[in-house]
Every structure is written in structure tokens, then in C-alpha cells.
Design a protein around this ligand. Structure first.
Ligand SMILES: Cc1ncc(COP(=O)(O)O)c(C=O)c1O
Length: 412
């Protein structure tokens, strides 16, 4: 396991004043922040839902994999390549264990987008898929492109996927349900077990887009009951270019992309394929990225995903409370949103909010967040979104609230 300094150990820090707010958190974020070179100079990074900053341990692991230890995997007969193969497969084991999976059940892909494309294109029973109104474009467009008929599940008043409605909408014609575990705009968490029960009742499978859940909630795929679970490494403090497709039925999917590594035997007449997950990893894989993602998993586990979840919940509670007191602000999403808070300010475009906040070194996301159908549902062209990570703290919340007061003054 990667060495982690004692400053990462939850230390029951007392709640501190944040403007007029109090945040109660159990993580020593001052210690944690020193491990993230990207956060130097007191940058208030509130865009972790887009991509997480990287701890030094992940940077070090990727530098070693690309330098001192570098070689290809699976092919070399020399020791360095054999060692790299062991490291690559060890990374698979670490990452699989993190989500309660067996190593042969996870295929490395470029990210959640590629994982959903893989399932949408290679699924042997393409037909009707039920999506929800809050999905990221990467859980909409692949289904459309691959020729599925798309139905849409509405949301509850507070912005969660309405599973009662899903139950009413689903018919035996549906062979797939694909929902986000946590909305990237609203932070709405999904009751995956119930979604699985509803889907399976009509004979449909359930794909869960876990991009925003894996970095902030304990995830145990074996317990969730879904059929496919996907996520991207870069939102889990790991490198870009690596993600995971989990399924306990990977072997039932035919290969998607052809090339080296994914084969058993190739002739011009007929090619046979390697078993899963290798058959889904055509070409030279993302070796460095897989090792970097395993280091990220080590990092998160050393702190504890439960502690990270509790920490982000405290920050969300404080921010929502502060925003609710501002007359100019409309808050979106449920009270129990996971790590993500979206809002609008009357008469001010979210891009202007983002630009003015940037002058105070506060980085939020402004736009449609790759969820245009959700914007339509909310009746806005865009939202401002603050999202938290393990390193976020009360100072970030205070800086955001101060910055919004400045936006109000400028536009008031
Ligand atoms: C909920 C959700 N799904 C899918 C994606 C796509 O992830 P990637 O671009 O890493 O493939 C994102 C990224 O923002 C997301 O938040």
C-alpha cells in the first residue's frame, strides 16, 4: 500500500467558523492539501466533479511507471516487462477490490464514456433503454448512436430519479436501464438496489454510471445488484485516460474493438478471442494510467471513503444552508446531494458568476455540465456548480460565499 502521512488520518477537528457558518469535518484538510501540488497558492478548487486534483502519491506512481519501471505488458519475455505485467494486473486487483469486485470482472477502458459506448454497441440484445432526465450526455448519446430506442424516466420534485415512475414506465420490451448513481449536476444519489429490483422484474439489465459516486460513496458492486457499473479514474484522484467497466457477465458480451492482445488465435479465415476482461482491452493498454489509478485507490482507502463521504456531506450542508439564505439564489437538487451543489443567481448568467469568482481564485463550473436535457427540465440554460473533494474545506466554502456577495454587488 502507498505510504500515507499521518496527517491523512481523520482527526476529529472541531467545527470552525466559516463566514457566518460552521463546518464540522473530521478530515485534516490542511495536511491533505499539502499532498496536492495542484492546490498550491490557496486555490479554491470547487470543480472536483469535473476532474479531481491529483495527490503526490499518484503523480509519483505514474512517474515511476513511465520512467524507472517502464516497459510494455503481456508480451515481453524480459524481466522488466514481466514485472510491469505483474504491476498492471496488481492494479486491476486493487481497483476491483475497491468496488467489491473480482479482478476478472473489470475491464480497463478510457473512461466512463468508453465503457458505456462499449456496452451500448456490443450488447447482443439492443432494444429499448430507459434513461433518466438527469443523465450526463455520455449516458445518452452512446445509446442513441448504437441504435437503441430511448425512453426517459422523470425526476422527483427535488431532482432525484423517480423510481416510482420508472416502475410504471418499464415494460418487458426494455432490455436495459441506465442511470447515474450520483447526478453530476444535482448530486442526487440513486437507490441502486431498488433500481436493480425494478429493472430485473421486467427482465431488463441495469447499467450504473458511477462516475460521481465512486469518488465519494462506498461502492460495493456485488451488493448493489446492478449488471454493469462504470466509472472514470480521473474523478477518483487518478490519471485521465483510464476507467473501469465492471460486470459479473462480461463474458456474455462479444468483443467491441479488435486488435492486438484481445485475441486467442488469428487467421484470415477466423479469429477467436481471449476471455474477458482481456478481450475488451485491444491494443497496448493504458499501463501507466492503470498503475496511477491503483495508487489513487490506495490513497483514498488510506483516508477512508466513508470519511470522505462524511466530509463532503458536511461541506454540502454548510454551503446549501448559506446559499438558501440568499434571496438571489435558486438552489437545485436534494438536501442529501452527494458532494455537488448546483445553483442559479437571479439576473446573472452562470458564466459571469464563474468569471467573477475566478478573480478571487475560486474555481467553479458554469454551464450545462454535459446534461442539456436536465437544463431543459430545470428551465435554465446553465447552472453554477460547486463540487467538493477530499481536500475541500471551510475556507473554500467561505471564499465562494464571499465571492457570490461580490457578484451580487457588481450586478446589484
Ligand atoms: C455522471 C457522469 N457520467 C459520465 C461522465 C463522463 O466521464 P468521462 O468524460 O471521464 O468519460 C461524467 C463526467 O463528467 C459524469 O460526471
Amino acid at each position: 500500500m502507498t505510504a500515507v502521512s499521518s496527517s491523512f488520518v481523520p482527526s476529529e477537528v472541531e467545527g470552525r467558523e466559516v463566514g457566518r457558518q460552521r463546518v464540522s469535518t473530521s478530515l485534516d484538510t490542511n495536511g491533505i492539501r499539502t499532498q496536492f501540488p495542484g492546490l498550491a497558492n490557496n486555490w479554491h478548487y470547487l470543480d472536483t466533479a469535473a476532474t479531481a486534483q491529483k495527490p503526490q502519491a499518484v503523480i509519483d506512481a505514474t512517474v515511476a511507471a513511465m520512467g524507472r519501471d517502464y516497459a510494455t505488458v503481456h508480451r515481453g519475455v524480459y524481466a522488466r516487462s514481466a514485472d510491469m505485467t505483474l504491476a498492471y494486473e496488481a492494479a486491476r486487483r486493487r481497483i476491483a477490490a475497491f468496488i467489491g469486485a473480482k479482478d476478472e470482472q473489470i475491464a480497463f477502458v478510457r473512461g466512463a464514456t468508453e465503457a458505456i459506448n462499449l456496452v451500448a454497441y456490443s450488447h447482443p440484445r439492443k432494444g429499448r433503454v430507459l434513461l433518466s432526465a438527469l443523465e450526463h450526455h455520455s449516458n445518452i448519446v452512446p445509446w442513441q448512436l448504437a441504435g437503441w430506442q430511448v425512453d426517459v424516466c422523470p425526476l422527483t420534485a427535488d431532482g432525484c430519479i423517480d423510481l416510482d415512475a420508472a416502475e410504471r414506465l418499464l415494460t418487458p420490451e426494455h432490455n436495459m436501464v441506465a442511470f447515474a448513481h450520483v447526478s453530476n449536476v444535482l448530486g442526487s444519489p440513486l437507490d441502486v438496489a431498488r433500481a436493480a429490483e425494478i429493472a430485473h422484474r421486467v427482465g431488463a439489465e441495469l447499467l450504473i454510471d458511477g462516475c460521481q459516486a465512486v469518488p465519494r460513496l462506498p461502492v460495493d458492486v456485488a451488493a448493489l445488484g446492478c449488471d454493469y457499473y462504470v466509472f472514470s479514474g480521473h474523478k477518483l484522484y487518478g490519471p485521465t485516460g483510464i476507467g473501469v467497466l465492471w460486470s459479473d457477465k462480461l463474458d456474455t458480451l462479444p468483443p467491441w474493438q479488435g486488435g492486438g492482445s484481445m485475441i486467442d488465435r488469428v487467421t484470415f479465415e477466423k479469429t477467436t478471442y481471449a476471455p474477458a476482461p482481456t478481450r475488451f482491452e485491444a491494443g497496448t493498454p493504458a499501463i501507466i494510467e492503470a498503475i496511477g489509478l491503483a495508487a489513487a485507490v490506495d490513497y483514498v482507502e488510506a483516508i477512508g471513503i466513508e470519511a470522505i463521504h462524511a466530509h463532503e456531506c458536511a461541506l454540502v450542508g454548510t454551503l446549501r444552508e448559506a446559499l438558501a439564505r440568499k434571496n438571489s439564489i435558486t438552489l437545485f437538487g436534494p438536501e442529501n446531494s452527494a458532494g455537488i451543489v448546483s445553483f442559479a443567481m437571479a439576473g446573472v448568467h452562470p458564466h459571469d458568476i464563474g468569471t467573477i469568482l475566478d478573480e478571487s481564485r475560486v474555481a467553479i463550473r458554469a454551464g450545462h455540465h454535459c446534461a442539456q436535457p436536465l437544463m431543459e427540465h430545470l428551465g435554465v440554460p446553465a447552472t453554477a456548480r460547486a463540487s467538493f473533494g477530499v481536500y475541500s474545506n471551510d475556507d473554500d466554502v467561505a471564499a465562494l460565499i464571499d465571492g457570490l456577495a461580490r457578484v451580487e454587488r457588481i450586478f446589484g
